[in-house]
Each structure stands twice: as C-alpha cells, then as structure tokens.
Ligand binder design. Structure first.
Ligand code: DP6
Length: 408
C-alpha cells in the first residue's frame, strides 16, 4: 500500500562576506582559522528553494539539485547534515492542526527525498554552496521537528555542510564566531543586526564572464593554510581588529567605514591567494578593472559612494546606498556594459529611469580613462539585504505528491 508522503518547502538566501573566512583549523567539520562577517542577500532576487519529503514508501534517501539527481552517499557533507539533524529528531507535527504525523521513535522507518533549485546560475559562482547547505539544514530541521531552541546547533550543522552556510540561516548582518573548542560547538553564526537595520544599503552583483573553472574554496583555502605566511598573519593580527571595527561601523551605519573595510579585506584575501604556493588567481582582468573604476568613482564623487568585494571567483559584489545607487549603476553600466542589458535584469522601472537620467561625476572620465570593457560582465543584478532561511507555502513545492521533482 502507498504510504503517505510528508513534505515541506523552504527557501534560503546566499550571503556575501565583508570580512572573509579563508582557512580551516579542522577541515572535517569546517572550523575556521578566523571569524568572519557577511550580509545576507535578499532571497526575492537570489535564493535556493528546497522541498523535503519523507515517507515509509521510500527505500533510500535521494537528492536532486537543479534537476539532476546526485548520489547522496557520495557527499561527506550531505551525509553529515543528514546525520546531525537525525540525531536530534523530534515529532513531526501538522503545522495547522498540531497533530503528530511522525513520532520521534518512528523516523527510522522513513527515508527522505530532497529537491533543491537555485534561482541564479550556479555557474555564476554566487556562493551557491552557502545557500544550498543552509537550505538543506533548515529544511531537514523542520521536517524532523527540531525546536527553534536548537538554533545554535543548527548553525553548527550548516557549517559542517559548508562553512559560509552557517551565515545564511539568519538575515541582515551576520557574524560567524570562529570559536576555540575542538568539537566546534562554539563555532557558529550570530546575527549582529537584522535586515531592517539599514534599509538604505543596496547591493549590485556584477557577474563577470568567465568560463574557466576556478579552484574551489575548499581546495584553495587548504593550500593557503599550508603555504601562505601572509594568511597566518592575517588571521592572527589583522582580522580580529577589523571585525570589531566592521561591527561598530555597521551598527552605526557608517557607510564610508564599512566600504573601506570591506575593500581592504577583499584585497587582503586575494593577496593571501597570491601568497599561496602555487598561487591561486580568482580575480581576472575585468575584476581588477572594476576595482580601479570603483576607486576612481569614489574619488570623482568626492565621497565613498561604493565598496567592492570578491569571493573565490571573478564576480564583483558592490555595496552602495540608495541615494548613490543610480550613479554607481550608471558607472558600472557605462564602463562594463553587460552582455544581457540592464533592462533585462533590473526589476525596478524607477531605477532604470534614474539610471538614464543620472550623469556620471564629471571627473570620472579623467580618473578612469580606460575604454569600456564590453561584454566582460554577463549581467548586473540589483538586490539588497534580506531575511534568513524561511518556510514557504506548499504551493511553492518543487515536488509532486509522490515526492519526485516536478521539473526534471
Ligand atoms: C571566499 O564556505 O565555500 O566565500 O567551508 O569549504 O565549504 P567550505 O568553503 P566555503 O568558503 C567561502 C569562502 C569565501 C569567503 C566567505 O564566504 O567568508
């Protein structure tokens, strides 16, 4: 007889670190050599949606990512998230009636199918592992009836999936405290300010065209730990002070300070990559041109209107304020005209209108005299700071009533 399928759907955002995590002191459970801090990007624009279904009819766990089935047992990280959530399983209750659907002691007889999709191109390298593992952790925790009081443990479980994922469970401005303990229970994320704290703050993502496969963060940071003296110095002597300054600047909404600290930290992270032996290159010519343009723009504007940061890839993430957004967008669009015109990727009509009517600061052309790099950027996304992982209504489910993906 066909057994019932219990299913729920959640979404999770990605995040961008303003002070970077780079290097592990324990690679098995992703314990970092330094604390880090990030902003959570709005899931209205960039998100992972995950549906999890459990049933006695399923004979094994299964996982589909962006329409492709993956072998659950091939990923140590996926197995770790399943194992840790299962170890804390409680009763699954119907969210509407409160009726117990699966009792705590019945879980052994049920297997789980996971269907997960990103609404942004994984190949664009927009921290899909952070959104993905935060989504898997959060979805399984809801399915297995983990109480909200286990939020700190959830953070540790997401961290075991991918270090940066622990910062995607919460919204706003989120620190990941490195912790000191060998078992990692104190290495977890902490929300510093929620998404309502600084609505002026805006984000532009310049997806830089690049077909080359980069060295994964996991592999790159391991080589850095093994070979870069600059990384050890950064973790011990630079990051702690910088984090304290960054938290204070964000709390007081000091944009000039936040922008300077994020740019310095991105530059230092990429310097440690260059100091890695053999070196790892994540930024390319377009990335470096964006850096030069942003510094020229800030100088031409006579104040800091924009900051940049680059993760383990060539894409630029720019922070700005609402009142400077048309200027920054106009500068990006003029000097890096994207392959997909901004009219196709910007949702806001008023922003497009502002973009057209906003002149560039007159001094920019002499401070940044380079010819436009046409096509070096594939698209420009606009977003802002948003909330953490959340439950979605059943109408957003990615799976049919039998638990299989609706879209394959
Ligand atoms: C450059 O979290 O992807 O984005 O823990 O091995 O999964 P693993 O690495 P990951 O590394 C992210 C590195 C970074 C900086 C950051 O997000 O802090």
């Amino acid at each position: 007889m066909q057994q019932p399928v219990f299913s729920l759907t959640i979404s999770s955002p990605t995040n961008i670190a303003l002070i970077k995590y780079w290097g592990k002191r324990d690679a098995k459970i992703n314990l970092p050599i330094n604390s880090s801090v990030s902003v959570t990007l709005n899931q209205r624009d960039l998100r992972t949606v995950t549906t999890v279904s459990a049933s006695r009819s399923f004979s094994r766990d299964r996982l589909w990512l962006n329409g492709e089935e993956e072998d659950v047992n091939a990923s140590r990280r996926v197995l770790a998230v399943f194992r840790e959530v299962r170890a804390r399983a409680g009763d699954l209750r119907d969210p509407k009636t409160g009726q117990v659907l699966v009792r705590k002691d019945e879980w052994d007889g049920l297997r789980v199918w996971v269907v997960s999709e990103n609404n942004f191109p994984t190949a664009a390298g927009l921290a899909s592992s952070a959104a993905g593992y935060a989504a898997l952790t959060f979805a399984l925790s809801k399915l297995y009836g983990l109480p909200d009081s286990l939020a700190d443990e959830l953070s540790c479980i997401a961290r075991m999936g991918s270090g940066s994922a622990c910062r995607s469970l919460a919204g706003g401005f989120v620190a990941w405290d490195m912790g000191q303990r060998a078992d990692g229970v104190d290495s977890r994320a902490r929300q510093v300010a929620d998404e309502a704290h600084w609505p002026e703050l805006q984000v532009l993502v310049l997806v830089v065209s690049d077909t080359k496969k980069t060295v994964s963060s996991t592999a790159g940071m391991q080589t850095s730990v093994d070979t870069s003296p600059l990384l050890a110095h950064r973790a011990a002597a630079v990051v702690p002070g910088r984090l304290a300054e960054m938290e204070a600047a964000y709390q007081s909404r000091d944009f000039g300070k936040v922008a300077e600290l994020m740019m310095r930290d991105s530059n230092q992270f990429h310097a440690t990559c260059l100091d890695t032996y053999p070196p790892v290159f994540y930024m390319n010519d377009a990335s470096r041109a964006i850096v030069r343009m942003v510094h020229a723009l800030n100088e031409a504007a006579g104040e800091t209107v924009c900051g940049y940061t680059f993760d383990a890839g060539p894409n630029a993430v720019l922070l700005t304020l609402k009142r400077h957004l048309p200027t920054v967008l106009a500068a990006a669009n003029t000097h890096f005209p994207p392959k997909r015109p901004v009219e196709a990727t910007l949702a806001s009509e008023s922003l497009l209108a502002a973009l057209k009517s906003t002149p560039l600061p007159p001094k920019l052309s002499s401070l940044y005299p380079l010819a436009p790099m046409r096509g070096a950027v594939s698209y420009i996304y606009h977003t802002d700071v948003g909330p953490g992982a959340m439950l979605l209504p059943d109408s957003e489910s990615l799976a049919g009533e039998d638990g299989t993906p609706l879209r394959l």
